[in-house]
Design a protein around this ligand. Structure first.
Ligand SMILES: Cc1ncc(COP(=O)(O)O)c(C=O)c1O
Length: 401
């Protein structure tokens, strides 16, 4: 049996007639840049997330970049995030000229550690001119960028509280978490992206809501910021050919927006199927006595938030002899991947930050122990059982005992 890490064909086939008709209509209209298709998708995401505004952009990375630009973040500034994430998180901070400041993760959720964030702000930061908070290297702290990794929300109540105390806006990197729900203590459950000042989504094809190419979205609370985002994604112009600020071409394609708008009503069903697959894995692993040998993803908010407490963009486990297990899976036709093999503080391009191995031990440990298993919605119970069988037959468990 073959179980690829991801197979987008089945999802595509189920929506092919509707998507083909929509694409043909856009071709006939020859309207490719912004316009009604983009507006319709922005409205749909705004309603879905509960945010005040939604602005379509060219990718998840550009969503982060344009949010940072809207806040005027640049050289001399610093933005806090975690080092165990996709490169685009810290890459977007660095591209503005600001410095990424890394805070380690919680080992169970892989998300930013609230305790370490609080400790960093209270013991390692200095107060600068005008009461501003300075990073260890003397840069002005301007924002916190928590990442809802693999589809599970960060501890947002605590992060928001800390951010408020220090007057820092929160930019949620919700690239992997569209639809994930957080049980806010303030009352109603909140959707990823709609809790901070900004929320940034990616529609990279492997995301739960995937485009036919690159696309992204920023949601935000504030009217003036939304207007700024709209201008920034279009070279900083509000009136055609008059540029009050320097933006870029960060526009979402009308074709991508139209395709995503057809897919959006299916998103919750797909995420539910991913959760069902996660449950089957847990049951099958337990049946084979593997639950004590593997580290399985935590479901921090199960029971407390609504059904979308985790949307499982990835099902990431910890395993002993990880690289040998990956080879064993591949030999038996099972796809897997490492998200992410090198934590960002140890990336060559960030060497000027002066970080060393050992600085963020939980991120380094995760990078050396984790692997993602197939979790896409269309997997069958037989395929999931086969993956469990293949893992149970991994000789590395015996060697490790
Ligand atoms: C956590 C995280 N941040 C940012 C991004 C960047 O999104 P994109 O690939 O659409 O630029 C991704 C997507 O891969 C991501 O997973």
């Amino acid at each position: 049996m073959r179980v690829p890490l991801l197979d987008l064909q089945l999802q595509y086939q189920s929506l092919k007639p509707a998507i083909s008709a929509e694409v043909a209509a856009i071709m006939d209209s020859q309207q490719f840049i912004l316009g009604p298709k983009v507006e319709a998708f922005e409205n749909a995401v705004r309603e879905y997330t509960g945010a005040n505004h939604a602005v379509g952009v060219s990718s998840g990375t550009d969503a982060l970049l344009v949010a940072l630009m809207a806040l005027g973040i640049g050289p001399g500034d610093a933005v806090i995030t975690s080092p165990y994430t996709f490169f685009g998180t810290a890459g977007s901070i660095a591209r503005t000229g600001a410095e990424p400041v890394f805070i380690d993760i919680e080992p169970d959720s892989f998300n930013l550690s609230v305790k370490k964030l609080a400790a960093y702000l209270s013991t390692e930061c200095k107060t600068g001119p005008g009461g501003s908070l300075l990073s260890r290297s003397g840069k002005r702290l301007r924002a916190i960028m928590p990442v809802h990794l693999f589809g599970l929300c960060c501890a947002m109540d605590e992060i928001q509280e800390i951010a408020r105390t220090h007057g820092l806006p929160v930019i949620e990197d919700a690239a992997q978490a569209l639809g994930a729900v957080y049980p806010s203590k303030a009352g109603a459950d909140s959707r990823a992206g709609a809790m901070g000042e900004f929320g940034c989504f990616s529609f990279f094809p492997s995301k739960n809501l995937g485009a036919f190419g690159d696309a992204g979205m920023v949601v935000c609370r504030d009217d003036a910021m939304a207007a700024k985002l709209r201008a920034l994604r279009n070279h900083g112009m509000e009136q055609r050919y008059y540029h009050s600020m320097i933006g870029g071409n960060f526009r979402i394609d009308a074709l991508q927006a139209a395709i995503l708008n057809i897919k959006l009503p299916s998103l919750d069903g797909w995420s539910a199927a991913r959760r069902r697959n996660a449950r089957i894995y847990r049951e099958e692993f337990a049946r084979r006595g593997l639950d004590g040998k593997l580290g399985l993803p935590v479901e921090t908010y199960a029971g407390a938030a609504d059904e979308n407490h985790h949307i499982y963009n990835q099902f990431v486990i910890r395993a002993p002899r990880r690289d040998e297990l990956i080879a064993h899976l591949a030999k038996n036709g099972v796809g897997s991947a490492i998200y992410y093999p090198v934590p960002l503080h140890l990336q060559e391009c960030f060497s000027s930050l002066g970080c060393r191995p050992g600085d963020f031990p939980e991120s380094e440990k995760a990078a050396s122990e984790t692997l993602a298993l197939p979790i896409y919605p269309e997997l069958t119970p037989e395929q999931l059982r086969y993956v469990a069988d293949v893992i149970a037959g991994f000789p590395g468990f015996l060697i490790g005992e």
